[in-house]
Design a protein around this ligand. Structure first.
Ligand SMILES: [Zn+2]
Length: 435
C-alpha cells in the first residue's frame, strides 16, 4: 500500500504541524465535495500544541470511505531523538475493506487485535516502521533500527534521525541525500532470498539465512563477513543464536547439523553428523550446548556440544510421544507435552531428567477451556521461569507448574497464535508488518 501523503518535519512550530495535518486530511478527501476526513479547527490546534510540547506521541484518524469500499488513515507521530530534535512524520493512506467487518465479526476482532499490537509498539516504530524491527529475545521484543549504511542498534544509541542514523543524517545535512548509502539491502543481496534473520545478543552480527545459503553481516560496519551453504531444514526447525552469542544453529538438513562459530575474526562453519531430522532444537545456558529432539518414533533427545563438536547422551522423553517445547534457566527446566499432558523436568549434566511436575492442560482448577487433545502450538516460560504459558489456536492457559495449578484459562474469539505472529521456537522473528 502506497502512502497518499507523507511529510517529515524537524523541530516544527505548532502552526506547521497543524497545517501539514490539514494537508494530509485534504489529500485523503481528494476531489470529492463531501469531506470524510475532517477535524474541528480546535482539535487540529491541540494536536499542534501536543506535538511541540510532548516528548513523543502519536495520533491516528481512521474513517470508512464507503464510496470506495475502503478505509482511510491519517497518522501523526512525534518523537524526540537523543540530540533533542523533535522528529515529526505525517502520513495518510488507504486500506482495503477486506480488513474490516461490522461490529463483532472476526474481521473486526482481527482489526482490534492488530490495532492493540500496533499501539503497544514504541512511538519511534510508528515514526519509521520501514526501518525499525522487533528482535524477539524470548522475553520482551527489543526494537532495533537499521540504517541504510548498515548501522543497527536501538534508535537512541544510533542518534536516530528521520529514517537514518545520526552520522548519516549529518552527512546528508552537509553534502545532500546522495552522500549516504540508502539501499535497504542490508539483509539480502542479489540472488539471496532470506527466510530468517537473527541478531547476536551483543549486537555484533546479523545472521540471515535462506534456503541454500546464509550471510553474516557486521552490525557496526554493514560489511558482509561470511557467506555459506545452509541446507534446507527438514522441518520447521528455525535457526537460533546461542545465549552467549558464540554459536548459531543454522539447520538440520542433509543428514547433519550445521552451525556457525562466531568466535575469532571470521565466522567459521561447524558440521556435526550424521544426524537425522529434528523436531526441535533449543539452546541451553550451558556454553555451546544445544538440546535437540529427533524426529524418529522414539523422539530421543541429545545434547549437542558445538565446542568439542560431539553429541552427548541419549535422553528419553518422559512419554513416548512427548515433544520438547521450552527450555529455561541455568539449571535447565524442560517442558514437554504429549497432547494435553504436560511434564516439567530438570535436566542434569549427565543427561538425566528429573520430573518436577505433571499436569493436564485444559483440566485445571478453573476448567473453562475443556481438554486440549491436540496439544499446544506454543509454550513459553515467564522470564523468571515460575509460570508457563500454553497457547493453541484460540486457547491460552497460564500455569504455575510448581503447584500444578492453572492460574488462567481463556478462549479468545480469534486465533491468538497467528494474530500475534508468535512463532514456535524462541528465536528472533520479524513482525508481520515489516516483511
Ligand atoms: Zn547510517
Amino acid at each position: 500500500m502506497r502512502d497518499l501523503f507523507g511529510i517529515r518535519l524537524t523541530d516544527p512550530t505548532e502552526d506547521e504541524v497543524a497545517s501539514v495535518f490539514r494537508a494530509a486530511l485534504a489529500a485523503l478527501n481528494g476531489k470529492r465535495k463531501a469531506s470524510i476526513f475532517s477535524l474541528p479547527v480546535a482539535d487540529v490546534e491541540v494536536l499542534g500544541k501536543r506535538t511541540v510540547s510532548e516528548r513523543e506521541g502519536h495520533y491516528e484518524l481512521t474513517r470508512p470511505d464507503s464510496s470506495r469500499g475502503e478505509y482511510g488513515r491519517v497518522l501523526l507521530v512525534w518523537w524526540t531523538n537523543p540530540g533533542g530534535r523533535k522528529l515529526v512524520r505525517v502520513r495518510g493512506w488507504r486500506e482495503g475493506q477486506h480488513r474490516h467487518g461490522g461490529p463483532g465479526t472476526p474481521e473486526d476482532m482481527y482489526r482490534f487485535a492488530d490495532q492493540r499490537a500496533l499501539d503497544s509498539r514504541p512511538v519511534v516504530w510508528h515514526l519509521d516502521p520501514e526501518r525499525i524491527i522487533a528482535a524477539e529475545t524470548g522475553t520482551d521484543p527489543e526494537w532495533v533500527a537499521v540504517c541504510g549504511c548498515g548501522a543497527a542498534g536501538s534508535p537512541e544509541s544510533l542518534g536516530w534521525n528521520h529514517g537514518m542514523c545520526g552520522p548519516c543524517a549529518d552527512q546528508v545535512a552537509e553534502f545532500g541525500l546522495d552522500a549516504v548509502p540508502r539501499e535497504p539491502g542490508l539483509l539480502t543481496e542479489a540472488g539471496f532470498d532470506p527466510w530468517d534473520v537473527m541478531f547476536t545478543p551483543n549486537g555484533r552480527y546479523i545472521i540471515s539465512s535462506g534456503y541454500g545459503k546464509c550471510r553474516v553481516w557486521d552490525c557496526a560496519s554493514g560489511e558482509l563477513r561470511a557467506t555459506g551453504d545452509c541446507p534446507r531444514p527438514t522441518n520447521d526447525v528455525r535457526p537460533s543464536v546461542s545465549p552467549d552469542g558464540r554459536f548459531v544453529f543454522l539447520c538440520d538438513g542433509n543428514q547433519r547439523l550445521t552451525f556457525l562459530s562466531l568466535e575469532g575474526d571470521k565466522p567459521r562453519r561447524v558440521e556435526i553428523g550424521p544426524f537425522g531430522p529434528l523436531l526441535t532444537a533449543m539452546w541451553t545456558n550451558w556454553p555451546g550446548k544445544l538440546l535437540v529432539q529427533r524426529q524418529d518414533p522414539a523422539r530421543h533427545l541429545s545434547l549437542v556440544d558445538v565446542e568439542d563438536e560431539s553429541v552427548k547422551h541419549m535422553i528419553r522423553p518422559p512419554d513416548t510421544s512427548a515433544r520438547l517445547f521450552a527450555v529455561h534457566g541455568d539449571d535447565p527446566r524442560l517442558v514437554f507435552t504429549d497432547r494435553h499432558r504436560a511434564t516439567v523436568a530438570r535436566l542434569d549434566r549427565d543427561g538425566k531428567l528429573d520430573v518436577r511436575a505433571r499436569f493436564h492442560i485444559g483440566d485445571g482448577a478453573l476448567n473453562r477451556t475443556g481438554n486440549w487433545n491436540s496439544g499446544p502450538e506454543l509454550v513459553r516460560f515467564t522470564p523468571n521461569g515460575e509460570r508457563l504459558l500454553f497457547i493453541r489456536g484460540t486457547e491460552m492457559e497460564l500455569w504455575n507448574p510448581a503447584r500444578s495449578k492453572a492460574l488462567l484459562q481463556v478462549t479468545f474469539p480469534a486465533s491468538i497464535q497467528t494474530r500475534l505472529s508468535l512463532r514456535i521456537t524462541n528465536t528472533c522473528s520479524f513482525s508481520p508488518w515489516m516483511v
